[in-house]
Design a protein around this ligand. Structure first.
Ligand code: ACO
Length: 384
């Protein structure tokens, strides 16, 4: 068996829809306040997918940006993984729609269901695939349209989530660098702490389930909070140990953005300097599987990552999934300029043949009519 190859991040990119829902807007919808949301979560605003954005269309834009940053052609990609809990359809996968939309010829394409850890899990799977020589370049995406599985009457969850997509290209190489330690694990004690009761094989959607709002996400907040802190800490420490370094050697940690208090408690519990944690939850809320690659893309753009830096990516999600990657960054941050000019107008999803419906949450329809929220700067991705 040939020696394992190293696997580097060679491309990165994100796409966040331009519709902005602020805490003040939520004050008009449910019994909440900007003060409560900021104090308890750190979130000030979140992005909402436009009626023509879907998980696959946003994933395709982020993916094209990552491929351009890597300086590759779309046909160079051998594997496409989309981490998501909000695929366009139960069948086929969002990854198949992404592959078609970006015009890739021969990649294997699949979705990965690990909730907010979907990107970290996808990274781990792609790493194994590339390190073993099965492929040369993989596109790993986290993309979510959380606004469409959110109960906009439930103040306990609707203030937390947002929409968007982020992606990386991972490339096999014989040069040193790239991933140094990867840990993925799942704690089954949290199986029903965050879940969507209906719409699957155990409780197929019917009129009663829709009336009971069982097709929306439910969450036990405090339980999830404690588990998130514990699992983010233990999984990160395991990845760091596998990398043969200590947390002190980490230049920047890019964690899943679920709640700023979770990140503060995490930093305290493992004695990690908070200034070395990248935080952008104030502007996006919790974008589930998309949050780590969006944050990574923003961290590079903000000059927080340079070649030689040791980066920790860490995620926790529904089902008690948890994943962490320690990597040595090798790419030139300036490569991100190659993705300039790539927008949603470059993406057209394959038409299903069914009469289109408006998937936008009825509770948010008012956003489309108010100028302050309009997506003026955005040309939405459309079906052909
Ligand atoms: N506005 C005002 N009050 C609220 C709101 C709101 N939006 N939401 C809840 N409250 C009230 C509650 O009803 C409760 O009132 P009561 O004391 O009268 O009963 C009070 O605020 C306190 O509620 P708690 O749930 O105890 O508040 P907590 O401090 O735990 O914060 C939160 C809630 C923000 C949800 C927190 O528990 C949390 O962040 N949990 C983790 C979520 C998470 O990490 N999810 C990640 C995975 S998601 C995925 O994988 C898809």
């Amino acid at each position: 068996m040939a020696a394992l190859r190293s696997v580097h991040v060679t491309g990165w990119g994100a796409y966040t829809p331009s519709l902005v829902l602020t805490n003040a807007d939520l004050e008009r919808m449910v019994d909440t306040s900007d003060e409560w949301i900021v104090t308890r979560t750190g979130i000030r605003e979140r992005r909402i997918a436009s009626p023509t954005d879907t998980t696959a269309s946003m994933a395709a834009v982020a993916g094209l940006r990552a491929i351009a940053t890597a300086g590759l052609d779309v046909h160079d990609i051998d594997l496409i993984i989309v981490g998501t809990l909000t695929p366009d359809y139960p069948l086929p996968s969002a990854a198949v729609l992404v592959k078609e939309a970006i015009g890739n010829a021969h990649a294997a394409a699949m979705d990965l269901a690990a909730a907010c850890s979907g990107f970290a899990y996808g990274y781990g799977m792609a790493h194994a695939y590339l390190a073993s020589g099965l492929a040369r370049h993989a596109l790993v995406i986290g993309s979510e349209t959380m606004s469409r599985c959110t109960d906009w009457t439930d103040r306990g969850t609707c203030v937390l989530f947002g929409d968007g997509a982020g992606a990386v290209v991972l490339s096999a190489s014989d040069e040193p660098g790239g991933a140094m330690g990867i840990e993925l694990n799942t704690e089954t004690a949290a199986t029903y702490s965050i879940w969507i009761p209906a719409g699957g094989a155990a409780r197929p959607a019917n009129e009663a389930s829709v009336a009971a709002r069982e097709h929306y996400m439910r969450m036990k907040g405090q339980e999830t909070f404690k588990l998130a802190v514990r699992k983010l800490a233990s999984t990160s420490l395991m990845a760091v140990e596998k990398a043969g370094i200590t947390l002190e050697d980490i230049d920047l940690a890019v964690p899943h953005q679920a709640n700023v208090r979770i990140l503060e408690a995490l930093a305290k519990s493992v004695h990690f300097p908070p200034e070395r944690l990248f935080v952008n939850i104030d502007r996006y809320g919790n974008t589930s599987a998309a949050s780590v690659p969006i944050a990574l893309t923003e961290a590079v753009a903000a000059g927080r990552i340079k070649p030689g830096d040791r980066i920790l990516l860490a995620a926790f999600g529904a089902g008690g999934t948890s994943g962490a990657i320690v990597l040595k960054w090798t790419a030139d941050p300036a490569n991100r300029l190659r993705a300039e000019g790539i927008g949603p107008e470059r993406v057209t999803l394959l038409d299903s043949g069914l009469e289109p419906i408006n998937p936008f949450p009825p509770a948010l329809e008012w956003m489309l009519a108010e100028p302050g929220h309009s997506a003026a700067a955005q040309t939405p991705a459309t079906a052909r």
